[in-house]
Design a protein around this ligand. Structure first.
Ligand code: PEP
Ligand code: MN
Length: 263
């Protein structure tokens, strides 16, 4: 079902009147994690003013260490809803367990499946029985074929609202957090009709690399970006080193506009 051979036209996913895929560039921006009401609303207002079309923010966080901040969980979802009310931006947030699907279906606009859960087939199948758009991140070491098969798990259950997200893969290189596979974008475009966006923040782990790789992503045909933006990166509870400040996000939006119209 994800295969372009049987579905030649590009899929366009609609979220509260915004189109993901097709001609429009989708910009999902916001902090790694929801930390407080003031934090998420302030960031939401700033990214909206500078051109974001959706708001991101983790409530359930898949952290490497069980002792690291795990997110505000259900309270985080409530704060995201407040930020949506304050700005009108649809909300994108990660789900980790099938038992939360009911709440996410009710409260969230785009349900994110993180890299670590890309092959959680039970979760994928259950999300396939919802009718919510699913943002499916590429697994840490997943091939393009494995990634598309995971999209297939969702679509096989009847949910064709899938958006793919390239977020870097593990290679021998350690300078960057991951290695951004820009070649995945034209590959996905050839193999599938699904929209595909790029996450330069998790791909690099470095805030100053977000701008050049975001530009590259748009130049190679990505349908959009998901970018971590924080108003106080140094004190962020998660991923501060890869978060850009709202002013840098604003400059990035201005810089990518001419690239988007050229491709
Ligand atoms: C995230 O987007 O917050 C995240 C945890 O990303 P990934 O699953 O790509 O590591
Ligand atoms: Mn993060």
């Amino acid at each position: 079902k994800a295969n372009r051979m049987f579905h030649p036209e590009d899929t366009v996913v609609e979220v509260r009147g915004r189109k993901i895929g097709g001609k429009e560039l989708t910009i999902i921006a916001g902090p790694c994690s929801v930390e407080s009401e003031e934090q998420i609303i302030a960031i939401a207002q700033e990214v909206k003013a500078k051109g974001a079309t959706l708001l991101r923010g983790g409530a359930f966080k898949p952290r490497t260490s069980p002792y690291a901040f795990q997110g505000l969980k259900y309270d985080g979802l409530e704060l995201l809803k407040k930020a949506r009310e304050a700005t009108g931006l649809p909300i994108v947030t990660e789900i980790m367990a099938p038992q939360d699907i009911e709440v996410f279906e009710r409260d969230v606009d785009v349900i994110q499946v993180g890299a670590r859960n890309m092959q959680n087939f039970t979760l994928l199948s259950e999300l396939g029985r919802t009718r919510k758009p699913i943002l499916l991140k590429r697994g840490l070491s997943a091939t393009i074929e494995e990634w598309l098969m995971s999209a297939e798990y969702i679509m096989a259950e009847g949910n064709d609202q899938v958006i793919l997200c390239e977020r870097g893969i593990r290679t021998f290189e350690t300078y960057t957090r991951n290695t951004l596979d820009l070649s995945a974008i034209p590959a996905i475009k050839k193999l599938s009709h699904l929209p595909v966006i790029v996450d330069p923040s998790h791909a690099t782990g470095k805030w100053w690399m977000v701008e050049p790789l975001a530009k590259g992503a748009v130049a190679v045909g990505a349908d959009g970006l998901i970018v971590e933006v924080h108003n106080d990166p140094q004190n962020a509870l998660c991923d501060g080193q890869q978060s850009i400040k709202p002013c840098v996000f604003g400059e990035l939006m201005q810089d990518i506009a001419p690239i988007a119209t050229a491709v």
